[in-house]
Each structure stands twice: as C-alpha cells, then as structure tokens.
Design a protein around this ligand. Sequence first.
Ligand code: ATP
Ligand code: MG
Length: 564
Amino acid sequence: MRQSNLYIPTLREVPSDAEAISHQLLVRAGFIRQSVSGVYSFLPLGRKVLRKVETIIREEMDRIGSQEVLMPALQPSELWEESGRWETYGPELMRLNDRHDRKFALGATHEELITSLLRDEVKSYKRLPMVLYQIQAKFRDEKRPRFGLLRGREFIMKDAYSFDVGPDGLDRNYEAIYNAYMNVFNRCGLNFRAVIADSGAMGGKDTHEFMVLADIGEDTIAYSDQSEFAANIEMAPVKETYTKDTSPVKERIKVDTGNKRTISEVAEYLDVEPQKCIKSLLWMVDEKPVLVLSRGDHEINDIKIKNVLEAEVVELATEVRTKEIIGCEVGYIGPVGVPEEVKVIADHAVASITNGVCGANEPGKHYQHVNPDADFNVDLYEDLRFIKEGDPSPDGKGKIVFAKGIEVGHVFKLGTRYSESMNASILDENGKAKPITMGSYGIGVSRILAAVVEQMHDEDGMIWPKSLSPFDVHLICVNPKNESQFQLGEDLYAKLKNDRLDILYDDRKERAGVKFTDADLIGISVQVIVGKRAEEGVVEVKNRQTGEKVEKHISELERYISKL
Ligand code: ATP
Ligand code: MG
C-alpha cells in the first residue's frame, strides 16, 4: 500500500482527554477516532491490527473444533426476562423500543440469545458437546467509559459458549478453551497471567480472568513471587497462619475513648497495636444485618462475605441503619452484647486475638481486654479479608506481591444457570431430560489493541509485535525527488510485494524527519529505509523494537527481513 493513498490522519498533539498512553498513541497515529464517549471508529491501520487479532482468535478457536456463528446485536427483551437479567443487569444494558413499542436490548453478552438458539434444535445428548463463538460489537453503557479502547461503550468482543451433557464435559471444554486463550494472548505478544476470578453477575462457579500486567489496569492481581499462583485480589484466599496469643486472659474493662473512632485513632490513644483491635462493621446481607469482625490491620472483602453466606446482595449498612439496629453510632460498635437478630461472623485472624480492643456499643466508649468466645459469641469464623502484600502465597510457595492488570479475557463455568431458567434441555443416554451444562468465554478483541500498546511503546510511539503489526514492512523512500532513491524504492516495493509481504510504502513528498517520526509513531515492526546509498543498492533496516539499524545490500534484504 502506498502511504500517499492510505488514510492515516496522524496528529502532532496528544488529545487532551486521553489519559492512557494507548489512547493517546492510537489516536495520534491515526488508528482510531472517537465518535462519542466510549465509541470509536477503526481507521485503516486500526482495522488491520484488529483483523490480525481476530485471525489469531479464529485460528485458535477453530483448532479446538469450535464453530463460528454471528448472532444479532438487537435482542428482544423477552429473552432477558426469561433469564431474569432484564431486571438484574442494571443500567449497563443498552435498551431501546421499536416503533411498536416493543422492548429490545443491544447485546452486552449473548447467553440468552444463544440459549434460545439451541433450545429448539438441540434435543439429544448425541448433538453435544458443542462450542460456538462469534466476533462482534458489544454494547455496555459503562458508568465510566475511559482510556480509549480499554473501556468502551461499544467494543469488539469474541464470545464463545460451550454446551455439554454434564459437568465432566464442561471441564474438558473449559480446559480446551483456557488453553486456546493462553495461545491467543501469547501469540499477541502479551505479558499476562491467568488468575482465579469472581463469577460476579454472570452466575456460575469456576472462573479465570486473563490479565495483562500494566499500571493502567483497573484490577489488582495478587500473585506469588515463587510460584504460578495468581488471583484477582477479590478472590485470593488467605492462608491461615495466625498463632494464638497465649498471654493470660485479663478481665474486660470499659474505657473512655472520647471522639476516637477509627482503628488507628483508638489504637494510638490506648497505646495498643492495631493487630490487637477488633474492627466491627455492620453489613446488610440480603437485607439481614450481619456484624463482620476483622483484625484492625485487615480489610474485609465483601465478595468473600457474599460467597461464604451464599448471598446475592452485600452492602455496608448506612450510619442510620447501624444506629437503628445496634443502638449506637458507627465507630463505637462491637460484638459484645449485640441484639439477638444480628449474626456475627469473623475473619480467622480474630480468633487469635487475646485481650483485644473493640467498640462497647456506647458513644465514646471501647472495651479493653476482650476475648473472643469468652466475651462475645461468633457464629462463624471464615476467611473474609483481602490478601495483603507480603502474606504467604495460598499454595504455600513464596510471598504475595501485587500488580495492576487489564482483563483481556474471561472464562466461566456457567453450569445450568441459563439452561434451567430458559428451558434448554436434552435427553441423555438413558432418555432422561436434563438441562444442558454451559460455559461462557470472552475475549476483549478491541481491548487487546490497547493492552498491547500499553505494554509495548516508547517515547516515539507504538511498537507492534510482528504478529499484530499493521504491515510486515514499512518501506521508506527518504527523498523521492532523488532519481536513484525513487527508482530503488519503487523496485523494492514491487519486489517485496511479490514475495507476499504486506508493505506500507512511504512514497510521500514529505521531509525525511516527518517520515521517520511517523514511522516510529505507527510502530510497524521492520523499517526499510531507502536513502543516500540507494545508488549502490544499499538500504538501512531498522528493527523498531530494538532501535537497531543495519545497512544491507538489497541482495541480502529478503533473507535478513525474514530472519527478523
Ligand atoms: P470489566 O471487569 O473490565 O468490566 P467484564 O468482567 O465486565 O470486564 P466480561 O463480561 O467478562 O467483562 O467480558 C469479556 C471481555 O470483554 C472482558 O474480559 C474484556 O476483555 C472485554 N470487555 C468487557 N467490557 C469491556 C469494555 N467496556 N470495553 C472493552 N472491552 C471490554
Ligand atoms: Mg464490565
């Protein structure tokens, strides 16, 4: 392709609203343009990279026997009502009415649609297993669309769905797709980790997220410095390594703490360590009050509360609610003498506290020398806290470190969540009807572009890995007005094209500096520069990644390029 004909509207200035480096570079280099917040057009270079990602995904999905389909974005509300998600999905689901006032959603995901597609046709176990996938625009009215392609409101997703007779089949498909995803992200040149995740609103159990390590990432990953262990911080189990303090038990006393409410204020005032304090917070768990206790230096993880109590909705009680239920304001509440109807659960660490400190359920008062089980009752001890950096890794190998991650893929075991609510069943070998066992698997195709740029760029621009580079070679004729440069440029363009290389040929009548700046910004992995020594048949080859430049005679050029 001749650059003089290609639509690459590069910008010198960084777009003012672009915080993420990938957003800045993709816009500056003319790969994408914003239409409205969170909605983008892919210009020719962006489209080419997107297509390369799609091709890798198709190859890996097809290799495991998955079949490509294309479902509509426009979906009738009835399907979402059947699954119950018309109610529960919330404002992220883009909804609209047609001219007859019939309600629709723009697909945020396709569990409902695909279940409806199969339930009328697939009636026997003989048709299973099956995995279907598609690559298509998804719509989510995100609360905070930002960072360009990282969080859009319309974005490209590859979604796949597996259908099996039972859990064993699901396990096999899950593993096959998990491995296909590993291949996809490796082939995209990403530095990533597969982490244990929370199944969230999708319903279901086993789930992993594929996280690209990058500071802009919105998720925190907890991983071991010595093993393969990695989990989303929301899900990382804490290994119990607490030793009970065996000092002699003292008698409980009530002390004045005035206006001191937070753990650090109270600990400092009473001159005890935060580890000796019992933090008490009232949570509403499916609208029932639960007092959750943790050690003063730990943070409670609401997802763990939700999972432990098998609840739907877990939220911190408001100050008003807390006062109504406990009879005392936040800051002074504690587990001693709480009303009967309040369930008390505690993180394991609390059990090891001896002669601790907690709120006395009286304004301005705390208890000192409180002892679990002697002074208050705990209905359940569980792992309820967030893991911390330096904690032992849950697999017993090494210590936990944190990193920020961008989620580029997600695999879920759905089980029968959708097949039951939407009546998709088959007859098994014994002629018995049973719901189809399903899995759901997503890749953020457009998000991958941004994730790659976040990891691979320098101060001059983007650096595409060969597998995703919009062109194989950027051929640059430094000065087309010079006859031998012009001739050699044209010859090489024709020749390399014939060798099935995809060439971007900078034949523009621009200054050399402009061409070099643009080439580095666009980031095609190999640059071939036709300049001063054109007459001798010598060109310069630049490896965009290393910045290394070598002179090569055109007779050695192809071999050298293919080696790169
Ligand atoms: P996130 O936590 O980032 O919102 P999610 O858990 O909602 O992601 P899934 O429902 O699992 O995402 O969707 C599958 C994949 O689609 C994600 O792994 C991610 O790569 C991509 N994705 C999700 N939301 C967006 C978005 N708003 N913009 C771009 N890609 C997205
Ligand atoms: Mg989301």
